[in-house]
Design a protein around this ligand. Structure first.
Ligand SMILES: C[S@@+](CC[C@H](N)C(=O)[O-])C[C@H]1O[C@@H](n2cnc3c(N)ncnc32)[C@H](O)[C@@H]1O
Length: 312
């Protein structure tokens, strides 16, 4: 996948530059660097003026470790700031700005589960997108509003969070997902939190599912909406998915554990037919007809009473 927005990277650039300067100073025979204290006893420091090669290796290892510590601290600070300030990225039809973002638990699920090695996707955009950016995953964010994307980019720029690994797609997911190509790669994590009217969550699920690897997590927000809840109820019956847990009152998390079958008759979801659209007396007859053992006695009873069998 192409990095979609080259030039957006800005995280830790300033501190990296100052470390580079210190690194060069040390190589030139300058004093031991303060952040090498953390490595005492782990790596043997050459005597001052020691061979350039070993000074280089020591300084490089110290710098690598220090960058790791700094990155982790930077992520924690960025996440804490996002959770406490909840910036407004979304614009309702009447104008103004609002935050329709996920709660702290679901946002922490992203930061705890996703890493720079992950390939991730979300429908919808917002606080969740910032979390994917903080974790540095290779990410596809689909929502029809380019203004939302610009607000998210601006927030990230202002907080030293790189968005260079995010591909922002300014299209409705129902139009973009059928065309999605990952060059044979599979998604590690997907969040469905885009359009909430029926049947958009189901359309998102249908096209995202084919790109999920076995073991990937699927997060589905707002299962309390009937248009989304129907997908939650289906997933609970689907052997190819394992329900992991709810995070907060409305975000369901599922793990893909196998391949789904699209033949309706094979799906556990369709095992029990629903006759609630029929008048009560026909519902009872249909229920009886669904149990083969009862059909024979039902036929006998219908015959004995001189009634007609239901035609279907
Ligand atoms: C509830 S918000 C997403 C919140 C986000 N996950 C967060 O944590 O801030 C719903 C999002 O769906 C987007 N959206 C609306 N219609 C869409 C569509 N047809 N396809 C994809 N996204 C859509 C909106 O622009 C908005 O970003």
């Amino acid at each position: 996948m192409e990095p979609a927005n080259p030039g957006d990277g800005c995280d830790l650039a300033v501190s990296a530059a100052s470390w580079r300067k210190a690194f060069v100073r040390y190589l030139r025979g300058g004093d031991r660097l303060p952040w090498m204290e953390t490595m005492s006893g782990q790596i043997q420091e050459p005597h001052s003026g020691g061979p350039l090669g070993s000074r280089f290796l020591l300084a490089r290892e110290a710098m690598r470790r220090q960058m790791l510590v700094a990155k982790t601290e930077h992520r924690d600070v960025a996440l804490r700031h996002l959770l406490t300030t909840r910036p407004k990225f979304h614009s309702p039809e009447g104008g103004g700005l609002e935050c329709w973002g996920l709660g702290p638990g679901p946002l922490q699920l992203i930061t705890n589960t996703v890493s720079a090695d992950s390939l991730t996707l979300e429908t919808g955009a917002g606080l969740s997108t910032v979390c994917f950016a903080i974790q540095g995953s290779e990410h596809i964010c689909i929502s029809p509003s380019p203004q939302e994307h610009e607000r998210i980019r601006a927030y990230c720029r202002g907080h030293g969070i790189s968005t260079h690994r995010i591909r922002f797609v300014a299209m409705p997911s129902e139009l973009y997902l059928p065309t999605l190509e990952l060059g044979g790669r599979k998604l590690d994590f997907a969040l469905i939190d885009g359009a909430h009217g029926f049947p958009f969550a189901i359309i998102d699920y249908f096209y995202v599912n084919r790109h999920l690897r076995r073991g990937a997590l699927l997060a589905l927000d707002d299962v309390d909406w009937p248009s989304v809840g129907v997908l939650h109820r289906y997933l609970l019956t689907e052997p190819a998915f394992e329900f992991v847990r709810f995070i907060g009152p409305r975000l369901g998390v599922y793990r893909k554990v196998g391949e789904t079958h699209i033949s309706g008759a094979c799906q556990v979801f369709n095992k029990k037919r629903n006759y609630s659209h029929l008048p009560l007396w026909r519902q009872v007859r249909k229920r009886i007809e669904d149990v083969p053992a009862l059909v024979k006695s039902y036929r006998t009873l219908v015959k004995a009473l001189g009634l007609q069998m239901d035609e279907t």
